[in-house]
Design a protein around this ligand. Structure first.
Ligand SMILES: *[C@@H]1O[C@H](CO)[C@@H](O)[C@H](O)[C@H]1NC(C)=O
Length: 291
């Protein structure tokens, strides 16, 4: 396992350029915080009665901590002054926003990471190509971790809170925060910032999918989850494989329409389909890589 993590994250050879945050670091830290919440404020015994919305009350200390964390995220993101940048900036910088704030990539989130990590910053964020940004920016930075924790916490509540009402609330929150636009809302849906609307939007769809899948596969047995079950059975293999080969043909190519989101979308769908196919072949050979 250590070897594999090293292959993914030790790619920059010099220590002084080593990236400190990352996807697996983010997941590990999020789970660490959630397990602390559960250890100190979880219930020792889960009540054996029908699930009701009032069960939320049983977890009030955890909810309180999450709400405080979320308030912290909102205050820092929207109110913290960043030198030479508009306060509360949530954009990509570069040529975005008519090129007014080229060095403001990621607003407060980017500023905090650049201040904390200096040279040890991720230099190839997805915004680099489309928005021609020059500043380093880490999509798994420090500030966004707060929202990962909130997102994981919502997942932990799945068993207890009323499923559909929670899903609808998240969906409505995401719609309001983003004003249902790509980048004109109060808080746009932004994966690189792990913004609050991103958490609400993806949380809503995850709840919807999970509920639908539970009904279709577990209760009714109509569908075994193909083809998604194949990459799911080899998720680390696919993740490592894509980290190593994702920049090469046939997974990606030099794009002709750099400015358009459509070619990016097509390339992403194509690469995903290829990995699903590879995972299927491995599944047939009963090859499963685990840490
Ligand atoms: C952005 O930063 C670069 C150096 O990284 C500097 O040359 C440039 O003047 C800055 N632009 C603005 C608008 O601050």
């Amino acid at each position: 396992g250590f070897f594999i993590l090293c292959v993914v994250d030790c790619v920059p050879v010099s220590w002084s350029w080593l990236r400190i945050p990352g996807v697996l670091q983010r997941l590990g830290f999020t789970y660490f915080v959630l397990s602390l919440l559960q250890t100190f404020w979880g219930l020792k015994e889960i009540p054996l009665r029908a699930v009701s919305s009032s069960d939320v009350v049983l977890y009030w200390p955890q909810w309180l901590i999450i709400i405080l964390l979320e308030t912290l995220w909102l205050c820092i993101t929207l109110l913290m002054p960043v030198p030479n940048c508009p306060t509360g900036y949530l954009g990509a910088g570069g040529i975005g926003d008519n090129g007014l704030y080229p060095n403001c990539t990621g607003g407060a989130a980017g500023y905090i990471d650049r201040w904390m990590f200096g040279d040890n910053m991720y230099r190839y964020p997805t915004c680099k190509e489309i928005y021609r940004t020059t500043q380093p920016f880490d999509p798994e930075g420090v500030l966004g971790t707060i929202n990962s924790i909130a997102m994981g916490f919502l997942g932990m509540q799945v068993r207890w809170i009323i499923y559909f009402s929670s899903m609808i609330q998240q969906g409505i929150s995401a719609a309001i925060l983003s004003k249902c636009t790509r980048d004109e809302g109060f808080i746009p849906v932004n994966k690189n910032l792990w913004s609050l609307s991103y958490v609400m939007c993806t949380g809503c769809f995850s709840f919807l999918l999970l509920g639908g899948m539970y009904f279709v596969t577990d209760i009714k047995g109509w569908w075994g989850g193909q083809p998604f079950i194949y990459p799911g059975m080899n998720s680390i293999f696919v993740y490592v494989g894509h980290s190593l080969l994702g920049f090469y043909f046939p997974f990606s190519w030099e794009m002709r329409f750099q400015e358009s989101h459509w070619e990016w979308l097509f390339q992403s769908l194509w690469a995903t389909a290829l990995w699903v196919l590879i995972a299927y072949l491995l599944y047939r050979k009963k090859f499963f890589l685990k840490i």
